[in-house]
Design a protein around this ligand. Structure first.
Ligand code: VG1
Ligand code: CO
Length: 543
């Protein structure tokens, strides 16, 4: 086994976005593409020599070949040990847990998350640091510099190893330990939740459907929900991870999980429904005839987390991404705990969690999590909901209605305009920023602008500042529209418009959501001129 030093040159566009480097799979498969990025990552963290990492992915096309390359490069760079999920599988939260549990130096997670998979779809690589969380900007900035100056990479000239065989193998002087992807994660869930109470719930005839969307959560959900907690066989559907996710978007929202939504709104609806995304860090929660928006889910979890044994002591605080509705802030205020507003992307929660300032975190994009790992965690959210349902012995619809009666309701929806012309999207944002100072006091679609700004975040722990994190327009009467450009797309630009309208405890909580938000929608479309600038009259996806 000899170390090959391969001459290479920088490749354009290797900047990580909201969540790692995400590109078309064929781009990742180009000569040197993956290798450059991995070597740049090692270089950025002061080399891999003597270090231990966790490696795994969501099972999409190119997952295993990419892992074989990473293992050979880690060995050639002098790494001490790599922990790999069997057959290359690890959900993002399980990888985060393994990094923390084994006190490794970091990890590489291969996933493009909710983006479709396949040779003509998307692939991605995320680097996580030793706290188990996504690399913060100060680390990704160094990675980018390395990708722009790279001249060579190191790789071992050797055969592939067997990723199916549990146990330790050697690659030159480096150990490769193949582990069961579910085992340690399952123990962690058992520590946080009252499995006996959830078992009793299922034993009493409670029914559930979990759509794993042909992605990585299938083995986790089958083991935990069916094998341990006793949910009926067939509770978990689309449970086998497929390289192309069955040709679907593994994105748990009412649009891409339509089959589940149809069942949950039918006469034969199970009591509880849930879905998870490609890499298992997102969740969708739906009761019989009751869809729970991710922002509401976060608020309900904050209000009820103390019902689960892992959170009995209460919460230090809650953090939400800026576009997420302020429903959880209302709960935090009433509970007298801190609330934080961060930019989009889980990397911004890491410091708050490490410092013990926040216990629960969430994003409107179906991400919820806690200080048990440093990633959002789809199955964790589902189990916390189950724990709450088991204790409260009420339906999802009843819990939601009581929540709104206590705190009021934040009507909420996100409208995505996908694959629009990049230059048109950039111009729209730039021109809007120029307009911001003059917007307050003007009215659009009957709504008066109370304030408007571009969101900047100063991390309260390390003082680092992140600019250009989206545009917020607050309307009088507790309405809001936010607009920002996505950082996970691989084609053109995606503009996301986030709409919110709060109504108080005594208002009607059962309006049709899009009509409750239509004034805010008309206002932001008028202010931004989105239809004329992009040629789009309607969003591609509304969640
Ligand atoms: C999207 C979501 C964001 C999430 C990110 C990664 O980012 O809006 O909330 O953290 O995806 O999620 P963007 O920049 O496209 O809006 V995942 O499940 O891809 O790791
Ligand atoms: Co994901």
């Amino acid at each position: 086994m000899s170390v090959k030093v391969v001459k290479t040159a920088p490749i354009e566009g290797q900047q990580p976005g909201t969540s790692g480097l995400r590109k078309k799979t064929r781009i990742f498969m180009q000569t040197h593409y993956l290798e450059n990025f991995i070597q740049a990552t090692f270089n950025a963290i002061g080399g891999a020599k003597g270090k231990t990492f966790v490696v795994g992915g969501d099972g999409r096309f190119f997952n295993q070949p990419a892992i074989q390359t990473i293992l050979k490069m880690a060995a050639a760079n002098g790494a001490h040990k790599i922990i790999v999920g069997q057959n290359g599988l690890l959900s993002t939260p399980a990888a985060s847990h393994l990094i923390r549990l084994n006190k490794t130096d970091g990890g590489l997670i291969l996933s493009a998350s909710h983006n479709p998979g396949g040779i003509d779809e998307d692939f991605g690589v995320k680097y996580n640091i030793s706290n188990g969380g996504p690399a913060p900007e100060k680390v990704t900035d160094k990675m980018v510099v390395q990708t722009q100056t790279i001249t060579e990479y190191k790789i071992l000239n050797t055969a592939n190893i067997d990723l199916g065989k549990i146990g330790i193998q050697n690659l030159a002087n480096m150990q490769v330990e193949i582990v069961d992807p579910v085992a340690d994660y399952q123990i962690l869930m058992q520590q946080l939740f009252d499995f006996d109470q959830i078992k009793a719930l299922f034993a009493s005839g409670f029914t559930m459907r979990f759509d794993a969307m042909h992605a990585v959560t299938g083995p986790y959900a089958t083991a935990i929900l069916q094998d341990i907690l006793g949910a009926q066989q067939g509770t978990v559907i689309n449970a086998i991870p497929l390289e192309n996710f069955g040709g679907y978007h593994p994105d748990p929202n009412p649009v891409w999980a339509k089959g589940l939504m149809d069942e949950m709104f039918s006469d034969q609806a199970p009591d509880f429904g849930a879905a998870s995304d490609g890499d298992g860090d997102r969740n969708m929660i739906v009761g019989a005839n009751a869809y729970v928006t991710p922002s509401d889910s976060l608020a309900v979890l904050v209000a009820n987390a103390h019902l689960a044994k892992g959170y009995k002591a209460g919460l230090a605080g809650v953090a939400r991404s800026m576009p997420t509705s302020s429903a959880c802030d209302k709960v935090a205020a009433k509970m007298g705990i801190a609330s934080f507003e961060t930019p989009t992307g889980w990397k911004f929660f890491g410091n708050l969690l490490d410092a013990g300032k926040a216990t629960l975190c969430g994003e409107e994009s179906a991400g919820t999590g806690s200080n048990h790992v440093r990633e959002k965690d789809g199955l964790w959210a589902v189990l916390l909901w189950l724990n709450i349902l088991a204790v409260r012995k009420q339906s999802v619809a009843e819990i939601l209605a009581e929540h709104w009666a206590e705190y009021g309701r934040n009507y909420y929806s996100r409208h995505d305009y996908e694959a629009v012309d990049s230059q048109a999207a950039k111009n729209l944002m730039a021109d809007l920023i120029v307009q911001l100072p003059s917007l307050a006091g003007q009215s659009f679609a009957g709504l008066e602008v109370a304030s408007a700004d571009e969101f900047s975040y100063t991390d309260p722990v390390d003082g680092s500042v992140s600019h250009h994190q989206g545009i917020r327009i607050n309307f009088k009467g507790e309405g809001r529209a936010v607009i920002r450009m996505s950082g996970t797309g691989t084609q053109g630009a995606t503009l996301r418009v986030y709409l919110e309208q709060y109504v108080n405890q005594h208002a009607d909580h059962f309006l049709e959501v899009q009509s409750a938000l239509s004034a805010a929608n008309k206002a932001i479309l008028a202010i931004s001129e989105l239809p004329t600038r992009t040629g789009r009259n309607a969003p591609n996806v509304m969640t």
